[in-house]
Design a protein around this ligand. Structure first.
Ligand SMILES: Nc1ncnc2c1ncn2[C@@H]1O[C@H](COP(=O)(O)OP(=O)(O)OP(=O)(O)O)[C@@H](O)[C@H]1O
Ligand SMILES: [Mg+2]
Length: 403
């Protein structure tokens, strides 16, 4: 049997990425990456499906050219601040033999947790079991085979605005593709860059993109919190464009070349030439001036992340894993480290086979995660439009392996 092709599609606010891979026994082998400038997407949400579908087509065609694979269905990432996480609980009587918890008991608990109504304009994306309790005893991650009368489940439900989810699916359909699954982008990024040892520890994965920063918190191998904050690298660029009185494209280039969020790193007298728009013309600014403009925004992003981590209430974290294009801003990891007082790792996708170098940057975290996610899906999954609330992927391996 020929290996199954996997396709991940990430509609970023700045770049649309389409990664193609194949499922090998122990890993995903990368076959190619196609990219196109984003269109029809604002703050991670599809606002113009026709324009977005054109950008998708461009990225998909580029991916087809490099991989030689004809693409007809994709695992697509869903972004935007409308993606939220809520707590769900369930309580069922244990009906398994000899009072032991069987798969049927667990399924009933999961169905109950999933089944509670969501707001009319929202829908469930992922149900993520966090812990089970038997007769009020200490929580366990895996209740199978344990004895008791009553099983309690503490879970998280990731939900999204129905309108935004439909707009994304419509844009993918308009590009002539079927949707194999829709995955919250924060979870995809975590799947893309987390190392196995980090999965078991308290860790937060922060993907800083152009307009969205996603936050995923894990403890004891389970996702305990997800959020998407409406801030990112584009805000830094806009601040620079205003502060330096130049066009956004120039501000973007200056940011990537000379920008830093750490004024100490730009303490000298190094000068940078700003071409500026016609009326102002070229002028010189000290590099530390760039840092003075960038630092407050970098600190604001870090502060919003810190507030979200507090809301997650996940207990002590061992590490912050930073990824996404905007984490490459010089000095930004240090700002995060100083504010959160935690070790920081800048992460890019690892452990993929084939042309993995094509996904070798932090900005590829989400699309790499979507590929991995696809490799773990049940092939019986309906080809499109059946968005399952089942937990999947490495993030809930203990669950996935057993059911
Ligand atoms: N070397 C660099 N220094 C500073 N910023 C960088 C660098 N490289 C990329 N960026 C920033 O990263 C951002 C793009 O990141 P990414 O490609 O992850 O975004 P996206 O996925 O398209 O958007 P989003 O996730 O917000 O929808 C841009 O704001 C860009 O300026
Ligand atoms: Mg992104």
């Amino acid at each position: 049997m020929s290996p199954r092709h996997l396709v991940g599609l990430d509609l970023g606010s700045q770049t649309v990425r389409c990664a193609v891979g194949e499922a090998a026994p122990d890993r995903v082998r990368v076959l190619g990456l196609g990219e196109a400038p984003a269109a029809g997407v604002a703050r991670g949400v599809v606002v113009d499906p026709a324009k977005a579908s054109e950008a998708i087509t461009q990225a998909v065609e580029a991916a087809e050219r490099v991989s030689g694979v004809e693409i007809d269905q994709v695992v697509v990432g869903l972004g935007g601040a409308h993606v939220l996480c809520e707590t769900r609980t369930a309580q069922v009587r244990i009906l398994g033999r000899d009072g032991r918890v069987g798969p049927g008991d667990v399924h009933r608990a999961l169905d109950q947790a999933r089944g509670a109504p969501t707001a009319a304009d929202r829908e469930a994306l992922h149900l993520i079991p966090r812990a089970y309790t038997l007769d009020g005893a200490a929580p366990v991650a895996d209740p199978l085979g344990r004895t008791g009368l009553r099983l309690d489940l503490d879970a998280r439900l990731v939900t999204a605005a129905t309108r935004s989810t439909s707009a994304l699916v419509d844009a993918v359909h308009a590009a002539g593709l079927a949707v194999e699954d829709v995955v919250a982008l924060g979870l995809a990024s975590a799947e893309g860059v987390l190392r196995d040892v980090e999965l078991e520890r308290g860790v937060a994965v922060i993907d800083c993109g152009a307009t969205t920063t996603t936050v995923v918190v894990l403890a004891s191998g389970a996702v305990v919190h997800t959020a998407a904050l409406p801030v990112g690298g584009l805000h830094v660029t806009q601040d620079l464009a205003v502060g330096l009185r130049c066009e956004r494209d120039e501000a973007e280039q200056l940011k990537c070349r000379y920008g830093t969020a750490d004024p100490l790193a730009a303490a000298g007298n190094e000068l940078v030439t700003v071409a500026g728009p016609g009326v102002i013309g070229p002028h010189e600014v000290a590099r530390r001036e760039l840092a003075a403009i960038i630092e407050p925004r970098a600190r604001e992003i870090a502060r919003l992340v810190a507030a979200e981590l507090e809301r997650a209430d996940a207990g002590p974290l061992a590490r912050i894993v930073l990824t996404g294009g905007a984490c490459c801003l010089a000095g930004f990891p240090m700002v995060v480290h100083r504010l959160l007082e935690l070790p920081v790792r800048v992460a890019l996708p690892e452990g993929l086979g084939g042309l993995e170098a094509q996904l070798g940057q932090p900005r590829h975290a989400a699309v790499a995660g979507l590929l991995r996610w696809g490799s773990r899906q049940d092939l019986r999954r309906a080809r499109h439009n059946r968005r399952s609330a089942r937990p999947t992927g490495r993030l809930n391996r203990w669950f996935h392996d057993r059911f």
